[in-house]
Design a protein around this ligand. Sequence first.
Ligand SMILES: Cc1cc2nc3c(=O)[nH]c(=O)nc-3n(C[C@H](O)[C@H](O)[C@H](O)COP(=O)(O)OP(=O)(O)OC[C@H]3O[C@@H](n4cnc5c(N)ncnc54)[C@H](O)[C@@H]3O)c2cc1C
Length: 331
Amino acid sequence: MRDFAYLRPREAGEAVALHARHSPGARYFAGGTTLFDLMKLGVESPATVIDVTRLEGLAGIDASRRGELRIGALAPMSDVAEHATVQREFPALSEALWKAASQQLRNMATVGGNLLQRTRCAYFRGAGEYACNKRVPGSGCAALDGLNRGHAVLGASEACVAVYPGDMAVALAAFDAVVDTLSPRGERAVPVRELHRAPGSTPHLETVLAEDELIVRIRVPRGPIGRASTYHKVRDRESYAFALASAAVAVQLQGNRVADARIALGGVATRPWRADEAERSLVGRPLTRAAARRAAELAFAEARPLAHNGFKVALGIETVTDALMIAKDRS
Ligand SMILES: Cc1cc2nc3c(=O)[nH]c(=O)nc-3n(C[C@H](O)[C@H](O)[C@H](O)COP(=O)(O)OP(=O)(O)OC[C@H]3O[C@@H](n4cnc5c(N)ncnc54)[C@H](O)[C@@H]3O)c2cc1C
């Protein structure tokens, strides 16, 4: 690990001003469970680390507003997973957090940092040993012809096939959540669905955020759609593992017909992936297992498997189908 300067502001405005002053080469640090990992691996080597853990007013969860739930960016993953309103109104969000990482990590890690975690692609993390366009633009992608069992079947490009690894962002994408950010240029709101970029020819650009933009909160719209929801995650072992395929699914029924449906995929795509066409196929019809399976197949219609990850298409279809049936049972 290289030497770096360590700064600890008290207010969000001070943090973004410090970041701007020390950019390029500065990084925010929240729980540190991704950032310090990548610094130890030599993938990231910021000259300045700005510790945001003491910023005032960013760790709370505010369920007092009728229209939306507000989650401070510094709220620990475990606090959000356990929050009574989250469990009651957004079970998929609570489950996505519970099924992520380990209890120790969930206590340490923040939801803001969770959204911005980076891929677990071994070629990306094996700093310097392998070609990786995400780490060194223009160097190539060792995963294309390498071991790509864990990689993306949706949203990949010739430049990058790395999977977005997080669970929570998948649930937030299903619920049309928004992140509020602060930078020296002011505040703005970014829908979670638009936060992460597809790799295209610039896989090193992972989000639409500027380097100095600080996530201050997440807002989740409240409504009937959240309650009958689930996060279904399939992985190599049932605990402490990233998703091979996952689905955040929500349904709202009127009588026995679907009035609204949300399907977001994880573990299979380069970014949190909403399956819009699959959702539309369910609306106005009874939610039978056959209808759920048809929707799941539509969700994977554009899948482009690599040499070792073809199983993710069949696994993903089963995962979405089962998730829809779980959500139906909860409606
Ligand atoms: C062994 C292991 C297993 C894991 N398993 C899973 C899993 O199954 N599912 C899953 O979803 N995750 C998993 N994770 C990832 C873990 O959830 C993330 O490391 C964690 O959520 C990151 O949060 P943090 O607060 O520690 O972020 P940090 O490491 O502090 O920051 C991460 C990134 O976000 C930036 N950042 C942090 N906060 C902000 C902010 N407010 N505004 C702007 N930028 C910010 C930092 O600069 C950095 O680039 C695992 C991690 C480990 C180490």
